[in-house]
Write a new protein. Structure first.
Lengths: 73, 626
């Protein structure tokens, strides 16, 4: 299964937009693990611009935006 | 009690007298300092009948027990008073360098009452205090006031000053410390202006500070500072400032756009985010006293319509309030607007929000050219906003200046029509730049139940919903879905308690994310000898939350006021939160149940009063309990 992944904000320093190959039934959490981010950076997944929880099952062709919020504001 | 000086400076500007006020040991222990102790002092000494801008009103500056420690995040302090903007109890928090200096000088705070006949300056050198006339400073901006005072007294003197907005009693005027840190919210600059107090200058000759357990305190402070220095998340703040998450926030729908009418604007996200500010305009990073985070910005813009000399740069709230909220993605304009507001002494959040309301009012025809002195308001027209609107508000110039200087809620009431429907606030305080529909439904709840109104630093709910903090030691280890109302009342119980502790200990909500709950307890015990366990500390946080509600009850605030504007609850029309409803009524009902608050008065039950040792406080507010 292939999904298109786009990093936003802080995550641009860690990886570039890419097509990622995953096993079928992979979740957003599986996708995030594939990028081996520092544990302090908690990534949040949006699929087709809608926020999804970590256990969301991805589908072939999904466009996933990964956002990381640390502190701010 | 170690960790405290044991005295507040008392200044009566009507009589010109000064003296000391000594809170009791129990007041320190039960209300800590900062916002909590200020509330208790007001209860003991304040006049509930006095208008916010009357001489009888009190303006209280209050330190937490950690001010003076060489600890990242510990150099904040609180100012508190009846707010001229909202009409009820309010406090605001400020970083910078004034708080430790005041502690070293020998004070835990300053209580200002009365009103001078002429513009005045309070000069504090250790325990020596003088009130001086300063007619020559009246009308000066913050930059020149600070510069003149530093020149006159010396660069090492710390300053607190108001600008023309405070002098003109603009309801959202701020108080600035050394021109770079602000008591931004709730209009306390107008309270200072009503007392004709232009500025306070301060110098302590010794930098000593006594704590209960110096050895353990030194070790803990060292550990926490090392952690703050090495933290990945705080490193992000250091690198790109408080706006480092703006781009991500736009994708989540957290960043308000055009007066909260939209939750997504992709090209704006990168244009205004913290890394762009660093790349384009950052000259250097700056910090509050003893802080390793250094999230403050110093910027310079060499050319263009918003060219700017080297000086303080905007934080996230200012960038959003004078950027996306006003339909602009011009980062230089946000820097300029922030600098102009700072100089005039205006809260950038309420100012940006009030202008956003005015633009929408003009667009909808509720304000016409006859109301706007012929000015045409348009989203993103930053030149008109910076050159015309902001100064006109600060100076209360003309009909439009007088209208907008009252804040958006009052302006809408005066304007009539449907214009109240697009004010965005809770309890009259304009909402900060986090939209609960995308930022987290729990924020809608904590905006509503906050004693001061819509405020993101009233509690750490924003960070809890982001997933930026967990507190397993007190049973909070849930992964919250920001765009759901599930588990939010339970999270809010933790959030309001921790928020009360943070705002009373006067710790920075960024830096203290690295402090665990047991370490919080240790800090209180090592510094102030509280001898607390976790439950003692949490109970103190809840006690402060309840006290602030009791005071507001006396100001006429009840459960009906624990709401947010309709706009914040209407399903978003775009972006990540599109179409999702916030189940506000159920969140509020459950929170009230968990905190045992009366569904009409909003006040804590008798059982809560007894359990939290608030019987005396309740009787002062409402008369005898039995």
């Amino acid at each position: 299964m292939r999904v298109y992944v786009q990093p936003v904000g802080l995550l641009k320093d860690h990886f570039e937009a890419a097509v990622v190959e995953l096993k079928s039934n992979s979740t957003i959490q599986d996708l995030i693990h594939a990028f081996d981010l520092p544990k302090e950076l908690k990534a949040i997944g949006l699929v087709d611009r809608k926020r999804q929880m970590e256990d969301y099952n991805l589908k072939e062709g999904d466009v996933v935006t990964l956002v990381c919020l640390t502190l701010g504001g | 009690m170690k960790g405290y000086s044991g005295r507040f400076l008392k200044v009566d500007l009507t009589s010109g007298s000064t003296g000391f006020y000594e809170p009791t040991h129990d007041h320190y222990r039960n209300f800590i300092g900062g916002a909590g102790l200020a509330a208790r002092i007001f209860l003991e000494n304040g006049d509930f009948e006095a208008d916010a801008l009357a001489p009888e009103s009190l303006l209280i500056f209050s330190l937490g027990p950690f001010a003076g420690l060489h600890l990242s995040g510990s150099s904040r302090f609180s100012a508190a008073a009846r707010s001229p903007l909202t009409g009820h109890w309010a406090d605001s928090s400020c970083g910078g360098n004034f708080a430790p200096e005041l502690r070293y000088a020998g004070f835990d705070g300053i209580i200002v009452s009365g009103a001078a006949d002429y513009p005045s300056l309070l000069v504090i050198k250790d325990l020596s205090v003088k009130i001086e006339s300063c007619q020559e400073l009246w009308g000066q901006g913050i930059e020149s006031t600070t510069s003149i005072l530093k020149h006159r007294f010396g660069q090492s003197f710390k300053t607190l000053a108001i600008g023309p907005a405070g002098e003109n009693l603009v309801k959202f005027a701020c108080i600035m410390n050394d021109g770079h840190s602000a008591f931004g919210r709730t209009g306390l600059g107008a309270v200072m202006g009503s007392k004709k107090l232009k500025a306070i200058v301060l110098k302590a000759s010794k930098k000593t500070f006594y704590v209960h357990d110096p050895e353990n305190c030194k070790r803990l402070v060292s550990d926490l500072n090392n952690r703050a220095r090495e933290s990945v998340t705080l490193g992000v703040m250091r690198e790109n400032g408080t706006a480092s998450n703006l781009e991500g926030g736009v994708h989540l729908g957290d960043v308000p756009i055009r007066n909260f009418t939209s939750n997504f604007w992709e090209e704006m996200a990168e244009a205004l985010t913290g890394s762009t500010l660093s790349e384009k305009y950052l000259i250097r990073r700056a910090n509050c006293a003893f802080c390793n985070v250094a999230c403050k910005r110093v910027v310079q813009i060499d050319d263009g319509p918003f060219a700017l000399s080297k000086g303080p740069g905007p934080e996230y709230e200012t960038i959003a309030a004078f950027g996306s909220l006003l339909g602009s993605m011009d980062l230089a304009a946000t820097c300029k607007a922030g600098r102009v507001c700072n100089d005039l002494g205006l809260d950038t959040i309420s100012c940006g929000s009030t202008i956003a309301w005015a633009i929408e009012a003009f667009e909808k025809g509720d304000l016409g050219l006859s109301d706007t002195a012929g000015l045409k308001f348009k989203w993103g027209d930053m030149r008109t906003i910076i050159e015309n609107l902001i100064p006109l508000i600060a100076l209360r110039k003309g009909k439009l200046g007088r209208l907008l200087a009252e804040g958006s809620v009052s302006a809408a009431k005066r304007t009539g029509g449907d214009s109240n429907s697009y004010t965005v606030h809770a309890k009259g305080l304009e909402a900060p730049m986090h939209d609960p529909r995308g930022g987290g439904h729990g924020l809608a709840l904590t905006y509503a139940i906050s004693h001061r109104g819509a405020c993101h630093v009233f509690s750490p709910m924003l960070f809890m919903e982001m997933g930026a903090c967990y507190y397993p030691e007190i049973g909070f280890d849930l992964e919250l879905d920001p765009m759901s109302s599930d588990n939010k009342p339970e999270a809010a119980v933790v959030a309001v308690t921790l928020g009360a502790l943070e705002n009373s200990a006067c710790m920075c909500q960024f830096a203290d994310r690295e402090i665990t709950i047991p370490e919080w307890v240790e800090l209180f015990n090592y510094v102030a000898g509280m001898n607390w366990d976790i439950e003692d500390m949490m109970k103190t946080g809840r006690r402060i939350f309840y006290l602030q509600r009791l005071i507001n009850h006396r100001f006429g605030i009840g459960a009906k006021d624990d709401v947010v504007s309709r706009r914040l609850l209407a399903p978003a029309t775009d972006g990540a939160p599109e179409g999702i409803e916030i189940n506000f009524a159920e969140m509020k009902r459950r929170f009230y149940e968990l905190m045992d608050l009366d569904s009409i008065s909003g006040s804590p039950s008798l059982q809560v009063i007894m359990d939290h040792d608030l019987a005396i406080e309740k009787s002062r507010v409402m008369g005898d309990l039995f």
